[in-house]
Design a protein around this ligand. Structure first.
Ligand SMILES: Cc1cc2nc3c(=O)[nH]c(=O)nc-3n(C[C@H](O)[C@H](O)[C@H](O)COP(=O)(O)OP(=O)(O)OC[C@H]3O[C@@H](n4cnc5c(N)ncnc54)[C@H](O)[C@@H]3O)c2cc1C
Length: 477
C-alpha cells in the first residue's frame, strides 16, 4: 500500500502549530509528545501505522471550529477520528497531520419522544445512544458489531450498518441532521429534526463522506419504539451453497427478518473454540431473527422454518427463551475476536447481489487455495454484505502483500457480479486504489468536485478514498 508523501516543511513547523493549538484548547486537549501520539498511529486496520504530528481532543463545536481555522490557516492536514475502530484505515494518520478526535464530545443534547429523535454530540458511542433512551422504550437501530466502542461520528462518516440493518436500514436511513464544521472553521447546520429538509440533499452527501468534507460535531438521530419481542433461529447446512440458496428463498418469499447472518465452517470452528456458544459443527450456519408481537414472531418463524426444511438443514434450533437467544448471538458477536485469536486478519467488506452468494463463496474458496491463505466468511447475508476475514502472519515477510492481493481479487469479484466495493466499512485507505474498478473516470471526477467545494485545499483526511494518482493534481499528496 503506497503511503502519502509527508510534507517535511509542515513537520518542521510543529512547535508553532502546537503553540497555536494550545492557545484555543485547554492544556490536556493537545497531545504532541512523540510517545503519546502513538496512541493514534492506527485504527482497527492495524496493518498500517503512522504516528501523527499531534492530536487534539476538543469538547465543543466552537473548539473544533477554532482548531480547524488554525490548521486551515497554517496549511496543516487534519484527520477526524471517532473511536478508531475503522476496518478500512479511515482514521489512519499521516506524519504531518493533526488528529482531531471527538471522543470527549459524548453528551446527549436533547431527547424528543413525541417527534422520535435524539440529538447527541458526535463522539457518543453507538450503544450508549440506545442506552440513553431504552428505559423509555426506544432504541437507535443501526447496530455495528463494534457498537460498544464506535462513535456516531465514525458511523456517519462510514454510513455504518449492522446485523439488524436488513429491516431498519443503515446510518443514512436513521440520520436526520448534523452540525458540520468545514475546514476553514465555518459551522453548517444540515438537515434537522425531520426527514427530507428542503434544498439539495447535503445530508446524503455528508453521510458516508469518510471525513473528507468536514468534521461532524453533533447529530440528530431517529429513534424507534422498541419491538415487543424478538427471537432468533439457528440453522446449520452441509454446504455454503445450500445456505446461500436458503437466504435467497427467504428474501424471495417476501419475508423481512430483522437479521440474517451467515458463518462458514472456519468461522464456526474458531468461534466455538473461543466463545463456546454451542454451535453445530457444519459447513455453514445462518442466524435468522424476526421481531414483533408473539403472534407475529410465531407466524414469521413458521414460514422461515418451512423454507429452511426444504434445504435439508443439519440443525434447526429456535430460541426458546432470552438466554438461548443470547447464546445464539454470542458466537456471531464473538466471530471477529475468535478469528483474531488464530492469526492477524484483514476484514473485507464487499456487497454482492444475494443471488450470487453461492458462486462468490465458491470463488473465494478457490482463491484461498491459490493464495495459500485461510479465509473465514461471516457476514450480513440478508443484504449481501460480505466480510471475508483473510488470515495472514504480519511477522512473515510477504504475507501482508499476499493478503492485500487476495483481498483486491475478492473485491473485484464483488464488482464483477454486480455488487460494490464496500457495504458498510467505507473505502478509507484499504480500497482506495480499487476505486477505478468500480467508477468510470467521469463518475470519479464528479466526486472530486464535491471534495473541491467543501475542502478546496484538500487538507481533510488526506490520501483516503481517492487513488493517489487521481488526486495528485488536486493537492500534492
Ligand atoms: C470488531 C469490529 C466489528 C465491526 N463491525 C462493524 C459492523 O458490523 N458494521 C459496520 O458498519 N462497521 C463495523 N466495524 C467498523 C467500524 O466500527 C465502523 O466503521 C465505525 O463506524 C467506525 O467508527 P469510529 O468512531 O471508530 O470511527 P473512526 O475509526 O475513528 O473513523 C472512521 C472514519 O470516520 C471519520 N470520522 C471520524 N470522526 C469524524 C467526524 N467527527 N467528522 C467527520 N468524519 C469523522 C474518520 O476520518 C474515518 O474516515 C467494525 C469494526 C470492528 C473493529
Amino acid at each position: 500500500m503506497e503511503m502519502p508523501r509527508i510534507d517535511a516543511a509542515i513537520v518542521a513547523r510543529k512547535p508553532a502549530i502546537v503553540a497555536a493549538l494550545q492557545e484555543v484548547l485547554p492544556p490536556d486537549a493537545v497531545i504532541f509528545d512523540e510517545i503519546e501520539v502513538r496512541a493514534y498511529e492506527c485504527d482497527a486496520l492495524t496493518a498500517y501505522r503512522c504516528p501523527p504530528l499531534a492530536a487534539v481532543l476538543p469538547r465543543t463545536t466552537a473548539e473544533v471550529s477554532a482548531v480547524l481555522r488554525i490548521c486551515h490557516k497554517m496549511g496543516v492536514p487534519v484527520v477526524p477520528r471517532g473511536a478508531g475502530t475503522s476496518l478500512a484505515g479511515g482514521a489512519l494518520p499521516t506524519g504531518d497531520c493533526v488528529i482531531l478526535g471527538v471522543a470527549r464530545m459524548n453528551g446527549v443534547l436533547e431527547t424528543d419522544y413525541p417527534n422520535r429523535f435524539i440529538r447527541v454530540q458526535s463522539g457518543r458511542t453507538n450503544l450508549s445512544v440506545t442506552g440513553a433512551v431504552e428505559s423509555d422504550g426506544f432504541f437507535y437501530a443501526p447496530d455495528p458489531s463494534s457498537q460498544l466502542a464506535c462513535a456516531i461520528a465514525g458511523n456517519i462518516a462510514m454510513n455504518s450498518g449492522g446485523a439488524h440493518c436488513l429491516k431498519y436500514g443503515v446510518t443514512t436511513n436513521n440520520l436526520l441532521g448534523v452540525t458540520l464544521v468545514q475546514m476553514d472553521g465555518t459551522v453548517l447546520e444540515i438537515g434537522g429534526a425531520h426527514f427530507d429538509a428542503g434544498g439539495l440533499d447535503l445530508l446524503g452527501v455528508i453521510c458516508g463522506s469518510e471525513g473528507q468534507l468536514g468534521v461532524v460535531t453533533e447529530a440528530t438521530l431517529r429513534i424507534l419504539p422498541k419491538p415487543e419481542g424478538a427471537r432468533p433461529v439457528l440453522m446449520g447446512f452441509d454446504s455454503n451453497e445450500v445456505a446461500g440458496e436458503c437466504v435467497s428463498d427467504i428474501i424471495k418469499a417476501g419475508i423481512l427478518p430483522v437479521a440474517i447472518e451467515f458463518m462458514d465452517r472456519p468461522c464456526i470452528e474458531a468461534t466455538e473454540a473461543f466463545a463456546k456458544a454451542g454451535y453445530p459443527m457444519c459447513e455453514a450456519l445462518l442466524i435468522v431473527e424476526v421481531e414483533g408481537s408473539k403472534a407475529e414472531i410465531d407466524e414469521q418463524l413458521a414460514l422461515i422454518i418451512e423454507i429452511a426444511k426444504r434445504h435439508n438443514p443439519v440443525e434447526l434450533r429456535e430460541a426458546a427463551d432470552e438466554d438461548q437467544a443470547k447464546r445464539i448471538w454470542l458466537g456471531r458477536k464473538s466471530a471477529f475476536g475468535a478469528m483474531g485469536q488464530i492469526n492477524d486478519y484483514m476484514c473485507l467488506d464487499g456487497t454482492i447481489p444475494v443471488s450470487s452468494l453461492p458462486y462468490v463463496l465458491r470463488r473465494i474458496g478457490e482463491m484461498s487455495k491459490q493464495y495459500g491463505l485461510a479465509v473465514g466468511n461471516v457476514f450480513h447475508a440478508g443484504d449481501g454484505n460480505m466480510h471475508p476475514l483473510i488470515l495472514y502472519d504480519a511477522n512473515k515477510p510477504g504475507d501482508l502483500e499476499l493478503c492485500e492481493a487476495f483481498g483486491a481479487d475478492v473485491l473485484k469479484l464483488c464488482v464483477e457480479v454486480g455488487g460494490c466495493l464496500t457495504g458498510e466499512h467505507g473505502v478509507g485507505i484499504e480500497k482506495r486504489d480499487l476505486m477505478k474498478v468500480q467508477f468510470a473516470p467521469e463518475d470519479m471526477e464528479a466526486q472530486l468536485w464535491v471534495k473541491d467545494v467543501f475542502d478546496p485545499q484538500w487538507l481533510l483526511n488526506p490520501a483516503k478514498v481517492f487513488p493517489l494518482d487521481v488526486t495528485a493534481s488536486r493537492r500534492a499528496v
